[in-house]
Design a protein. Structure first.
Length: 172
C-alpha cells in the first residue's frame, strides 16, 4: 500500500532522469538554508541584538579610538551573523536552472539517439526524451523562482538589521 502511495513520485523522478534527482537534492538544501535563516532572524537575532547593545551601553567610553574600533568590530560580527549562508542560498538558486538545462540537454541527446537508431517511427522513445527535457527544465525553474524571492527578502532583512545595529550603537 505504501508503495502505491509513492508510485507517482517514483514515475516523476524516472521521467526526469538523473538531473531531476540532482535538482531535488539542491532544492532540499536550498530550503533548509532558507528556513534556517528565517529561524535565526525570528529567534536568535533579537537576543544577539540585545547582547550587543547592552555590551555597548555598559561601556563608559564611547568616543575614544579604541571604543570606535570595538563598535566597528561589534557591527562587523553582527553583520557576519546576519549574512551567513546568504551567498550559498544565492548560489544554489543559480545552480537550479543550470541543472534544469543539463536535464534538457540529456533529454534532447536521448531523443536524437532514438531518432538516429530508429528514425522517427519510435514515438515512445522520442516522447521519453522530450519529456525528460521538459520536466527537468520545469523543475529547475519552479525550484529557483522561490529561491530568488527568499534570497532577496533575506538580503533586505540582513541589510536593514545591520543598519539598525549601527544606529543602536550610538557614539555619544
Amino acid at each position: 500500500m505504501l508503495y502505491n502511495l509513492f508510485a507517482p513520485l517514483q514515475q516523476f523522478f524516472a521521467t526526469g532522469g538523473p538531473a531531476l534527482s540532482a535538482i531535488f537534492v539542491v532544492a532540499i538544501a536550498l530550503w533548509a538554508l532558507i528556513i534556517e535563516r528565517f529561524i535565526f532572524f525570528w529567534t536568535r537575532y533579537p537576543s544577539l541584538e540585545g547582547e550587543v547593545v547592552s555590551r555597548w551601553q555598559a561601556r563608559g567610553d564611547h568616543q575614544s579610538w579604541y571604543a570606535l574600533q570595538i563598535r566597528k568590530m561589534e557591527i562587523s560580527q553582527v553583520g557576519y551573523q546576519l549574512r551567513k549562508g546568504l551567498s550559498l542560498i544565492r548560489t544554489l538558486t543559480i545552480v537550479l536552472p543550470i541543472l534544469g538545462l543539463l536535464g534538457t540537454v540529456n533529454g534532447m541527446i536521448f531523443t536524437f539517439t532514438v531518432m538516429q537508431l530508429f528514425g522517427t517511427g519510435n514515438a515512445n522513445g522520442l516522447a521519453g526524451g522530450i519529456s525528460e527535457a521538459l520536466v527537468t527544465t520545469m523543475a529547475g525553474l519552479v525550484c529557483a523562482v522561490p529561491g530568488l524571492y527568499f534570497s532577496s527578502s533575506l538580503d533586505r532583512r540582513a541589510a536593514k538589521s545591520a543598519q539598525k545595529i549601527a544606529s543602536l550603537l550610538r557614539v555619544e
